[in-house]
Design a protein. Structure first.
Lengths: 116, 113
């Protein structure tokens, strides 16, 4: 069964450093998302991406964040200058889109980001 | 924006008993309500969803009910098994297929053997 994959599974970085989290969505999906989950808290929406541009973003997704789909398969989240409060699990998700409001979002296993 | 409240935060049941988790939402425009199961170290996995044009949906031991007037929806798991132990999240979204999900705070379900 097709699945969303994410790398790395765990990333440790120093405060102020740049990190790039990578995702490979399901191949025929058209809409892509990043969510984050701070330990013990709810999953929070960061950004959605369709047709090579951002569709929606939350107030969490400030100028330190950016997303890119550099080729036909990868979808990346970049944090330019990490802060301690960026420590969280980051989930990538994708949906097929199209007719019949196919909303089902498939989530990847997540990348645990630890900022020291 | 949308706000989703979920209760209880923890739930322990004996194997074979039923478990019920409840969520309320604030935005009457929301029309899609999925439930996700998250096991330790894994991403959320969709277990069942319901759209606003139906009041109930069943899939084997799992059912979801929706009350649009009261703006709440519930997950029912019957004949619980130890492998049902996980964190369950409800979520809501509105509009077309690209809309973001707003999640509840999660319920840690423990099924005691």
């Amino acid at each position: 069964e097709p699945e969303v994959t994410q790398t790395p599974s765990h990333q440790v970085t120093q405060m102020g450093q740049e990190v790039i989290l990578r995702c490979v969505p399901i191949s025929n999906h058209l809409y892509f998302y990043w969510y984050r989950q701070i330990l013990g808290q709810k999953v929070e929406f960061l950004v959605s991406f369709y047709n090579n541009e951002i569709s929606e973003k939350s107030e969490i997704f400030d100028d330190q964040f950016s997303v890119e789909r550099p080729d036909g398969s990868n979808f990346t989240l970049k944090i330019r200058s990490t802060k301690l409060e960026d420590s969280a699990m980051y989930f990538c998700a994708s949906i097929k889109g199209g007719l019949a409001a196919a909303n089902e979002q498939f989530f990847g296993p997540g990348t645990r980001l630890t900022v020291l | 924006g949308e706000n989703v409240e979920q209760h209880p935060s923890t739930l322990s049941v004996q194997e074979g008993d039923s478990a019920v988790i409840k969520c309320t939402y604030s935005d009457s425009a929301s029309n899609y309500f999925p439930w996700y199961k998250q096991e330790l170290g894994k991403g959320p996995q969709l277990i069942i969803d319901i759209r606003s044009n139906v009041g109930e949906k069943k899939d084997q031991r799992i059912a979801v009910t929706l009350n649009k007037t009261a703006k709440h929806f519930s997950l029912h798991i019957t004949e619980t098994q130890p492998e049902d132990s996980a964190v369950y999240f409800c979520a809501a979204s509105w509009g077309g297929s690209a809309r973001q999900l707003t999640f509840g705070s999660g319920t840690q379900l423990t099924v005691l053997p």
